[in-house]
Design a protein around this ligand. Structure first.
Ligand SMILES: [Ca+2]
Ligand SMILES: [Ca+2]
Length: 293
């Protein structure tokens, strides 16, 4: 585990990948291998951020998608705390459930040149971010979880979606190692592709479109569910910009949102490290925002 799949420290929100996206190849998300578009996952969206990015502080002039996330009820968008912290003063957070968020941003930028407020309003609904108060905690449980509270009315008027279902308390523990191995896992998000080796180093092309990929079980810790992205095992995987996005498992025929993408190996070929949503830390944080199962 090295790079945060959207963070600041070892870097890598999609915003930190600006140089990559600026020269982006045809848009695509998640890893390129074993992935597919996810138009049906309408509860999965992108975190859109409007922030100061020029020499005129106090006027948030830049609008871009930076992370992924999931609607877990009518007005609560679940994402990662490293996506919603450490932004310049005056930053505002927004949620888009569009399939092609980068395309929507490009279109809005062309329609509203020099008007970032109008661009944000065209592609997303505004919200208020709430970060886990303990973030960043110890590596055993970093508290890397946040929500963006949006207007249920504004969101429902733009997108038709069914909120994701959260797991019961300790549901992954109860399955045991063999039970966890037997499950089918799927990651979804708007992130970039795995590393491409190019002159000058690795780049991560693509991103901004909702894709999904299968994963398999690797390990379970107190706060973390590790999932394999090894292509040779028919898995796909998550990469930069997929942070905060969902990892689903099908349990007893039901699709449950069991973990949010947080980090993994830097080139995005091996492991997706996800924050468990059945564990006490996540549940205590989420309790004021959703009805927990
Ligand atoms: Ca500015
Ligand atoms: Ca709520």
């Amino acid at each position: 585990m090295t790079a945060t799949h959207a963070g600041r420290a070892v870097a890598v929100t999609a915003a930190a990948c600006a140089a990559v996206l600026a020269t982006a190849l045809p848009s695509s998300a998640i890893n390129s291998y074993n992935s597919s578009p996810a138009p049906e996952r309408t509860e999965v969206g992108a975190l859109v951020v409007q922030y100061d990015n020029d020499d005129d502080p106090g006027t948030p002039d830049r609008v871009r998608w930076v992370c992924s996330g999931t609607m877990i009820d009518a007005d609560t968008f679940l994402t990662a705390a490293h996506c919603t912290t450490d932004w310049p003063k005056g930053t505002t957070f927004h949620v888009s459930l569009d399939q092609d968020v980068q395309g929507a941003l490009d279109e809005a930028a062309a329609a509203h040149p020099g008007d970032p407020d109008a661009v944000a309003a065209a592609v997303a609904v505004p919200g208020t971010a709430h970060n886990h108060p303990g973030y960043p905690g110890p590596s055993s449980d970093t508290g890397d979880i946040s929500v963006v509270e949006v207007s249920a009315e504004a969101t429902a008027s733009r997108w038709d979606f069914t909120p994701a279902t959260l797991p019961n308390a300790g549901q992954l523990d109860a399955l045991g190692p063999q039970g966890l191995k037997d499950l089918d896992y799927t990651v979804a998000g708007y992130g970039t592709q795995e590393a491409q080796r190019e002159p000058g180093g690795h780049t991560h092309p693509g991103g901004g479109e909702r894709l999904q990929a299968p994963l398999s079980y690797n390990a379970l810790n107190k706060a973390w569910l590790r999932l394999s992205m090894i292509g040779a095992q028919d898995n796909g995987g998550a990469c930069y910009g997929d942070s905060g996005g969902p990892n689903f498992a099908r349990i007893d025929g039901e699709r449950l949102l069991v973990g949010t993408t947080i980090t993994g190996d830097a080139p995005c070929y091996a492991t997706n490290v996800t924050y468990r949503l059945d564990a006490p830390g996540a549940r205590a944080f989420l309790a004021p925002f959703v009805d927990l199962p």
